[in-house]
Design a protein around this ligand. Structure first.
Ligand SMILES: [Zn+2]
Length: 270
């Protein structure tokens, strides 16, 4: 069990115990407020920080002792920037995993097919990429993910197995849907921050400083709303050069997934 989840469970038991005790022996209001704020902050951290894996099992780095890095790209496909990323990857002879947005894939299915044709893996990054994903009902989340999976199945002939939640937000409702659909959640170890940064030099520098064996690198092959030129494609060549210079190979995510066994990797229901 991830350490943060164990802490969350323990904090929940303590909170319930103290609440029950407070009915008999009232506690000072100040202490009660501090405890409540701390608990809510813990829940929020669990929702916002996928790496903590409080609510879902997620692959956030390679298996222990593994060599190399894995490249992942979010928020595509985009007709302007995705082909550039595919070309750079092809020249470098490496494969990556693309977490595509269902409604964008619908508009440019040829780009999604091109990803697979050129040796990459395609995962789902939700259908609508709703920023309020973590506030939606269980039914809403299920409809969104099923629509996204159906879109990719229609394009590629098979349902996606891998999923990255929009903005990395999760909660118990999302966890139930993911488990029901048999999706494997992929987080990240190193983010280029190119969802908010537009300077490729800074994006490359941020990734370069954090490169290490076993890291899952997150970049974007498209801007979320397609309204600016993403820095990820322009930073990619530099990231590839830096990893090569340090003797760190780029490997396919599947090679790591094959090495992981439950409970690190959620089982896909048959
Ligand atoms: Zn995204």
């Amino acid at each position: 069990m991830p350490p943060a989840r164990a802490v969350f469970y323990a904090a929940t038991v303590v909170a319930l115990t103290l609440s029950a005790r407070a009915l008999v022996h009232p506690v000072p209001l100040g202490w009660a407020v501090v405890a409540l704020v701390a608990y809510v902050a813990g829940v929020l951290a669990g929702v916002l920080v996928l790496r903590l894996r409080v609510f879902v099992d997620a692959v956030v780095e390679g298996p222990r002792g593994v060599r190399g890095i894995v490249l992942t790209f979010d928020d595509g496909p985009d007709v302007r920037s995705t082909p550039r990323v595919l070309d750079i990857l092809e020249r470098a002879g490496v494969s990556a995993t693309f977490f595509v947005i269902g409604k964008k894939a619908e508009v440019h299915p040829e780009l999604v097919r091109d990803m697979v044709r050129r040796g990459h893996t395609v995962g789902l990054h939700s259908y609508a990429h709703d920023r309020l994903f973590a506030l939606r009902s269980e039914g809403w989340v299920r409809d969104d993910l099923e629509r996204g999976m159906g879109t990719l199945e229609a394009i590629l002939g098979e349902r996606p197995r891998l999923f990255r939640p929009p903005i990395g937000h999760t909660n118990p409702r999302i966890a139930r849907v993911i488990q029901g659909l048999g999706l494997v959640v992929i987080g990240w170890t190193v983010s280029g921050g190119d969802g908010v940064r537009t300077d490729p030099e800074r994006v490359a520098a941020r990734v370069r400083g954090r490169l290490r064996d076993g890291a899952i690198v997150l970049l974007h092959d498209a801007a979320e709303r397609g309204d600016y030129e993403p820095a990820g494609p322009r930073a990619l060549a530099e990231v590839l050069e830096a990893s090569e210079a340090r003797g760190i190979e780029v490997v396919a995510l599947e090679t790591w997934l094959d090495m992981l066994s439950p409970p690190s990797l959620p089982a896909t229901p048959s």
